[in-house]
Design a protein around this ligand. Structure first.
Ligand code: 5AD
Ligand code: FES
Length: 399
């Protein structure tokens, strides 16, 4: 591949699936697509360009990337910032992911599991705060009963009318199908990295259980879920090539939701303690920075123009001052304010010093609302499905 990063020009396309779209210099806001099929056939960036952007440091050129992502966000997803009330209802986890503070080996973490009544109360509160969606998130909790979960989903749907998003980790098809039948609308499962060897290294499989997150994402699509995935940025051992492949995979999976955030080391995890053993030489290793996160947010918008893309809590943790706002101005259109009861929030410690662990649900709502209005946008109304998902639904039959 011939790639001149100095002028940001891609001269040879290394991926025949992706069309060449000129030099990075021409990355200016433009009207993009009139129809779904148009953008599916003519992506705005190819892999070589993605790689060049990931390595780009020139502030002026980066402005053109931000401008292009923001214009596309406005054109394809609109100005509304959709709000999802996040309920972290259990921090029990059977897995031993090398990066995550909830890992089974972390004996210092006090464990909790909310009752159905408590989760329902959080959902009512989310509805009362004007959110259109509730996200039910947990570790891979071995104590999670499939029927209990289905009953809870059904009650939330019937009592609040909210859209329900699940984020419960790796689950077998039968469970996913039962929760879909119970009314769950969406599922989030990050593939974390498209580099299979790196994934295996940081994510030891459960003995006797197949682990293929990409296959699960396909299964979720087949079941009719709105499908979300994403990656961590700057995982020790993650190269620029890996991250470019991640962005290409967002597109290949035609994701409806894309969540990305910086990797934040947790001292009670092997990756947090022994990062030096995993890290690549300088120049190859992706840094876990705010800037790199904005680049991936913007590129995610370019490859999946009609996806919902959150400005994540991990980004707000790295830059509490205006990380979310910058994310929203560089391609994002969703925020997931926390509605977990305050007394357990600190125990959902996937990484340390997480944003919003001391605030109440209503404090987060006010904070988020103020930030959205300050950048000239407005909170979304209703469940706010991705335009991408809506475009995939069959057209209603004429009477
Ligand atoms: N730093 C940043 N993100 C993390 N996650 C888990 N651990 C960390 C960490 N140490 C992210 C993973 C997971 C999501 C729920 O949280 O991407 O999918
Ligand atoms: Fe929770 Fe700002 S969103 S404090």
């Amino acid at each position: 591949m011939a790639l001149s990063t100095a002028v940001g020009k891609v001269t040879v396309c290394c991926d025949s699936r992706l069309r060449l779209s000129g030099s990075l210099e021409s990355a200016k806001p433009q009207a993009a697509f009139a129809t779904d099929s148009q953008w599916k056939e003519a992506p705005l960036v190819n892999r070589g360009e993605i790689l060049a952007w990931l390595r780009e440091d020139d502030k002026t050129r980066l402005q053109s990337l931000w401008g292009r992502a923001d214009a596309l966000r406005q054109e394809q997803a609109g100005d509304a910032v959709h709000l999802r009330g996040l309920v972290e209802f259990s921090n029990h986890c059977a897995r031993r992911c090398m990066y995550c503070g909830l890992r089974a080996g972390n004996r210092k973490l006090p464990r909790y599991r909310l009752t159905a009544e408590q989760v329902l109360e959080c959902a009512r509160q989310a509805a009362g705060l004007g959110y259109g969606t509730v996200v039910l998130q947990s570790g891979e909790d071995p104590g999670l009963d499939v029927a209990w979960m289905a009953g809870l989903i059904g009650r939330i749907k019937s009592e609040t009318g909210l859209a329900v998003t699940l984020s419960l980790g790796e689950r077998v098809p039968g469970e996913l199908a039962e929760w879909r039948r119970a009314g769950a609308d969406r599922y989030l499962l990050r593939f974390e990295t498209s580099n299979r060897a790196l994934f295996r290294r940081i994510h030891p499989p459960t003995p006797g259980q197949a682990c293929d997150r990409i296959a699960q994402l396909h299964e979720l699509r087949r079941l009719g879920y709105e499908v979300g995935s994403g990656v961590m940025i700057g995982i020790p051992g993650q190269s620029y090539d890996d991250l470019a492949d991640d962005v290409v995979l967002f597109r290949e999976l035609d994701l409806d939701m894309i969540g990305v955030g910086p990797y934040l080391p947790h001292p009670a995890t092997p990756l947090g303690r022994y990062a030096g053993r995993f890290r690549l030489p300088a120049g190859e290793q992706v840094p876990a920075t705010e800037l790199m996160t904005y680049k991936v947010v913007a590129l995610a918008r370019l490859v999946c123009p009609r996806a919902n893309i959150p400005a994540t809590t991990a980004l707000a943790t790295l830059n509490p001052f205006n990380g979310r706002e910058l994310g929203l101005r560089r391609g994002a259109n969703v925020i997931m304010p926390n509605v977990t009861p305050r007394d357990v929030r600190a125990a959902y410690e996937i990484y340390p010093a997480k944003a919003c662990i001391r605030e109440s649900a209503s404090q987060c709502q006010l904070c988020v609302q103020r930030r959205i209005l300050a950048i000239g946008r407005a909170p979304g109304i209703g469940p706010g499905p991705a335009a991408n998902f809506r475009g995939r639904q069959p057209l209603p039959q004429a009477p």
